[in-house]
Design a protein around this ligand. Sequence first.
Ligand code: ADP
Ligand code: MG
Length: 366
Amino acid sequence: AASIRLNSVSKSFGPDVHAVQDVSLTIEPGSLVTLLGPSGSGKTTILRSIAGFEDISSGEILIDGESIAATPTHRRQLGMVAQDYALFPHMTVRDNLAFGIRSSRRARRERSRLSSGQVAERVDRMLALVGLDGFQARRPQQLSGGQKQRVALARALVTDPRVLLLDEPFAALDKHLREQLQIEVRRIQQEVGITTVFVTHDQGEALSMSDHVAVLNRGRLEQYATPLEIYDEPATRFVAEFVGRINLLDGVVASGNAGRTDVVLADGSRIALEGGRETPAGERVQLSVRPERIRLTHASERHDDGLNTIMGVVKTVVYLGDRIDVTMNTIVGEIAANVPRDRSGDTEFADGDHVRIQFAYGAGTV
Ligand code: ADP
Ligand code: MG
């Protein structure tokens, strides 16, 4: 499988639109990397630059260590899937895939050696891979949205490309189908072992599918890390807020020693953070904590210590199956918690309850 390297890549459209600004990242061979960001953050521009549909303004893109600046799109050996599938409507599924084989540059070189039987065999193998064995003679309008997307994927892979590029491939599908295809695409990607760049604005999709996630904001790379790191240790406020829900509380670092940072919140309560970023004492930070990392107990219950604790009053309670969302007013602002539902009813929460909010683990600073 191929590696991809972006070195300080920038792309502007005219003097004012800086679509991509100084983005550097390395994509390991055989891995799936997601470009995640809101609309207009530069995801598609990066993908199109890798594909060769855009010339970058500065920087360089390397595939397997070699600059691709002088290599035209059709010789980059890429497979691409767009949101709108771009299948040929008048052709059968078989012909859509066979067309891909015949039109690829490498195949053209090989064509004398590829019999129609071999083309058919390759088409069949790809359709089986995406779970569409037996659909060879159908036309695109006889397929569901999910099936069309599978055909588009099979067509992208049928030329045995070095790199697979997917631009919001599931955006037009409903939630259930989307989740099914996320699992499918990940399975296929791992089975084929192909280096893949996946574009989405859906944080859940990015976290569930990827080896690494590149979070983009206004053309800049905010963080490039594993899904767990992105979630547990967001590097910036933007990442913290864009990827999942999070509480951000103003504080000041009281002491920052190796492996432990104490943050004092506006009400004077002291929160001890294990690990994470080292921050010098006196620095203003925001304590960040995911709602599901909060421990909630009634203020009247006995407890061991006041560590990592602030008090609050319940404002709203929403039941979500086995968990509940609780928002609380506190002296440092509103805090959201997502806690397991206690079926015994011993620790039910209701509006107006006085509660102890504990940052048990997994809090950090941004
Ligand atoms: P995303 O895929 O993250 O939604 P894009 O890469 O499509 O973002 O766009 C990034 C920015 O570049 C946006 O501000 C967009 O309007 C602009 N842009 C993209 N393509 C063009 C173009 N061909 N001409 C002018 N501006 C463009
Ligand atoms: Mg886009």
